[in-house]
Write a protein that binds this ligand. Structure first.
Ligand code: F6P
Length: 343
């Protein structure tokens, strides 16, 4: 193998640059040239690319975002679009491709492999919602941002005897809310995977804590609990109809109603894209580096349609189809543990 391509696709996540650096450095050490594709699959189809020298990636290990930029490109399902990507790879001499992204990006990698370009996926997303891996590049970094932000909200809530209602990202999954909520000792954690009752699980619980002498509170809500009706992708959310019926279908309505019914002055905060920025943590730098090296090794060994994963604390790989079909049941026990722990 003489030349490989690399792209980042879907939402960016801290640590993607560290993975790019590792891929370029390790490939170069093995005599392989790396072509960086800009804007994910869109850039591949548009032939928007440049060779990445080792010097060009030298200081990327702690840079946030992705220097290759990224895009969500729904057209990459169309056979003629995939064919154009294959033609571009062939004309650039690209014999293998590393794709850093989430589930959707891996489907593209699978289709591109079937069309003749061997691909390897690396999980890069803050959501940690990729079923076949215990960890994704960016999750730890965004968790650290969440801890930092919620600690700040805790300070002002404590001072003013308020409740901070915090909406965190996570796309269709509640992993960010669960772990972020546990780490910050949140009083209530609401996720899309577990049904909740606004009266019993939110109002009554906070009132009981208040009766117990507690004066300030944190409620962490996964964004998907609030996704609007138009977002059909997230309709499997078990709370979907419930939040609409209760009139708590967004953080403002939730906060107003919570304040009125609990008697606790409250403020709602959407953490938003701040959760995706900044330098990766030590953990993500190491994860990204290990996964980048593993991905190049797979291509050198002529293994393709693989996704690099973390299993039992070790970096390994799965067939992409096998990986995508796996189940990652939501850890309800940890949610129960968090609720009990915080009473
Ligand atoms: O998948 C990463 C993610 O940050 C999700 O947590 C969030 O729902 C989504 O991307 C936001 O996407 P965009 O940047 O397109 O608004």
């Amino acid at each position: 193998m003489k030349t490989i391509g690399i792209m980042t696709s879907g939402g960016d996540s801290p640590g993607m640059n560290a993975a790019i650096r590792a891929v370029v450095k390790h490939a170069s050490a093995n005599g392989i040239k790396v072509i960086g594709i800009y804007n994910g699959y869109k850039g591949l189809v548009e032939k928007n690319c440049a060779e990445l020298s080792t010097a060009s990636v030298e200081n990327l290990y702690r840079k946030g975002g992705t220097v290759l930029k990224t895009a969500r490109f729904v057209d990459f399902k169309k056979p003629e679009v995939i064919q154009k990507a294959v033609e571009n790879c062939n004309s650039l001499g690209i014999e293998g491709m590393v794709v850093i992204g989430g589930d959707g990006s891996f489907r593209g990698a699978r289709d591109l492999t079937h069309a003749g370009i061997p691909c390897v996926g690396i999980p890069g997303t803050i959501d940690n919602d990729i079923v076949c891996t215990e960890d994704t590049i960016g999750f730890d970094s965004s968790m650290n941002i969440i801890i930092d932000c919620i600690s700040k909200l805790r300070d002002t809530s404590e001072t003013l005897d308020r409740c901070a209602i915090v909406e965190v990202m996570g796309a269709g999954a509640g992993w960010m809310a669960l772990e972020g909520g546990i780490a910050t000792g949140a009083d209530v954690i609401l996720v899309p995977e577990v049904k909740f009752d606004f009266q019993k699980d939110v109002i009554d619980l906070i009132k009981a804590k208040k009766a117990n002498g507690q004066n300030n509170f944190i409620i962490v809500v996964a964004e998907c609990v609030f996704f609007p009706e138009s977002n059909s992708k997230h309709k499997k959310n078990v709370n979907f109809e419930y939040v609409n019926e209760q009139g708590i279908e967004n953080i403002d309505k939730f906060t107003k109603r919570f304040q009125a019914e609990s008697g606790v002055e409250s403020r709602g905060t959407v953490l938003g894209h701040i959760q995706r920025g900044g330098a990766p943590t030590f953990h993500d730098c190491i994860l990204a580096t290990n996964m980048g090296v593993h991905a190049v090794n797979l291509l050198i060994e002529n293994k393709s349609k693989r996704v690099v994963v973390m299993q039992n604390g070790k970096v390994t790989d799965f067939d992409i189809d096998e990986g995508l079909s796996m189940k990652k049941p939501f850890d309800k026990e940890r949610l129960i543990m968090a609720t009990n722990l915080n009473f």
